[in-house]
Design a protein around this ligand. Sequence first.
Ligand SMILES: *Cc1c(COP(=O)(O)O)cnc(C)c1O
Length: 376
Amino acid sequence: MISEKIPVAGPWITQKEIDYVTDAVANGWYENSTKYTHMFEEAFAQYTGVKYAVSLPSCTSAIHLSLLALGIGPGHEVIVPDITWIATAAPISYVGATAVFADIDEKTWCLSAESLQECLSPKTRAVIPVDLYGNMPDMNEIQKTAGNYGLAVIEDAAEAIGSEFYGRKAGSFGDTGVFSFHGSKTLTTGEGGMLITNDSEIYERCLVLMDHGRQSGDILFWNTEIAYKYKMSSLQAALGLAQLERIDELIEKKRMIFQWYQEELKDHKGITLNCEPAGINNTYWMVTAIIDAELGLDKSHLLEQMNKKQIAGRPFFYPLSMLPAYCFSEEARQAQKRNIVSYKISPYGINLPSGFNMDRDKVRYVCDSLISVLND
Ligand SMILES: *Cc1c(COP(=O)(O)O)cnc(C)c1O
């Protein structure tokens, strides 16, 4: 038994982050008040290979702004994968549109391109594919469907900074791409988010919407519409910039942690870990294990047993269509019948500790513990 509980996620902060934030709090005012946000945005756009990046207080606000800038509202349907964090879907309700829940692919656990087709209706205006746990869906097929039916694409890359689909970075495939810098994510600013796009009109529209409807350059407080206040602070941007300058190291560690788990668990039948399909570079935000249903161990039992051994895990996301927040809606009822893969996998999946404080010994301890729970 170990003395301290192993957390499920957490960041890697070095002197560089401390130096940048210290500089921001000491000097990031007056003529330097926007220095770090601009530097972070520019570096982020360059890293992801797009023209524009807008720093925001969260990924949730980035999805909200994306929907607003794309003109999505009442009477419109937006398709999301049934398996994701609720933040992917909640902003669809903020703008008065309707979320439709598509099934996931059995291997990648991301949006199934076939299910996307099945969910189309004359009201569909957009799709939000999610790069779940660092993996990516079949972006070629999704983009083809979006092109054929005139749908906007918002790529939710909150969990996948640095992942690649045939050499192109996660987040760069949609009309907009969105990221989260919550404390549990690969790159953190404490709380924070980013919206990226190549479309100058979307970019300009976001700048107005995020600043209470002020047109750019307005110094007369002459607001042209009622909008939102969605901004990242200079202190957060300084932290983000330092993390981004270390992104290769961060991703390397995430891939290392996954490899350790893979080595420890490779001889054990009945455990399936995250996959890395051909053409995809997975950054493994969360190492995730699906336990064969035949073993009869559901995720709540597993998490409880792991918890007794001082290991924090998380359940694989419940299908959104199963949550009290959605389950009685007509769209959710249809999803409950249609989304066979989501409902088959979700009860047996758990996220294993994947924080940056993991080392070889901790991974071995977690794996030994998991195996002993399975053998009990
Ligand atoms: C974390 C996360 C979000 C939300 O990010 P916030 O910054 O907390 O708003 C959205 N989508 C997915 C898939 C996430 O994992």
